[in-house]
Design a protein around this ligand. Sequence first.
Ligand code: PLP
Length: 350
Amino acid sequence: MSRYLMDKYQPLVAYTPGEQPRDMQYVKLNTNENPYPPVPGVTEAVMAEAGRLELYSDPVCIDLRDALAARYGVARQNVFVSNGSDDILNFAFMAFGSPRAYFPDISYGFYPVYAGLHGIDAHPVPLRSDFSIDPTDFMALDGFIAIANPNAPTGMALEVSQIEDILQANPDHVVLIDEAYVDFGAESCVPLTAKYDNLLVVQTFSKSRSMAGARLGFAIANEGLIADLEKIKFSTNPYSINRMTLAAGLATLKADDACMANCQRIIDTRQATVARLRQMRFEVLPSKANFVFACHPHADGGFLYRQLKARGVLVRHFDSPRIKDFLRITIGTPEQMQTLFEALGSILEG
Ligand SMILES: *Cc1c(COP(=O)(O)O)cnc(C)c1O
């Protein structure tokens, strides 16, 4: 830290992304990336744009927003896009978070970071002992609410009717539902955006659409909330989505059936993974995401993480009190999961 950093930023603790090591080739099951490559047509669309980089990208992203509007049955004014959903979460905390924000105590690690960045009072709400969210804890609160559904890193999802109860109980505050993993089996709240002007649904192309490296996220909401987000975006960086990513997003939506078919393959692999881990005596939380959260009665989470890494398999371990016994394991291809099972087998035998 230099002596020039503004006082208000000195206590800020930044987000720690999952490791992207370069020392060797790992079976990478630690950052919830999609194991399948972008769908057909995406590479060609990106290459075509690469020849036009002397021109700025479209700041209002008309074609992409129209394609998303058609896909989700809403209008262009109900769709916002930016450079990854992290960008949108940041804007939402900035625009709607004051003076305080509520979110589950075990959830996406960026929520407390954005609260800290914008001087918002963070109120973590404890999950139940089974790691589920108790919707009654989110009734009639006096601030902004952010809930990941399915939640991360648990993978557990609320029913849409439970989220509707939360929306009705908080009419004067924005309720952000982060649906980064919704395409892996949970029910989306997008249809509720027509009915509740305080609902902001955020999704991403990173997980279900194999585009983590392109950085593309979107939000669907009432047009007032979308206009507010546009105001923030146009006060920071109107060209936050580059030409290649805009083209990749459009090409991906043209082949969206292929994306959703990949999601189904991942759901099938998840079911097989849960069964296999339970055979190995792991406790596995019920997941609706492209990862599982599991712990073993006789093996410490940190130990398993290190032993797996030594065998070339990378998973995510969080060194925080309530979840330090758990591993978050991304669902890869069936072959990658086989490598994981063999490594776990040899560790648990030893
Ligand atoms: C991965 C993830 C995001 C971020 O996605 P990007 O679009 O890649 O920025 C947001 N929320 C949750 C809960 C995530 O797990």
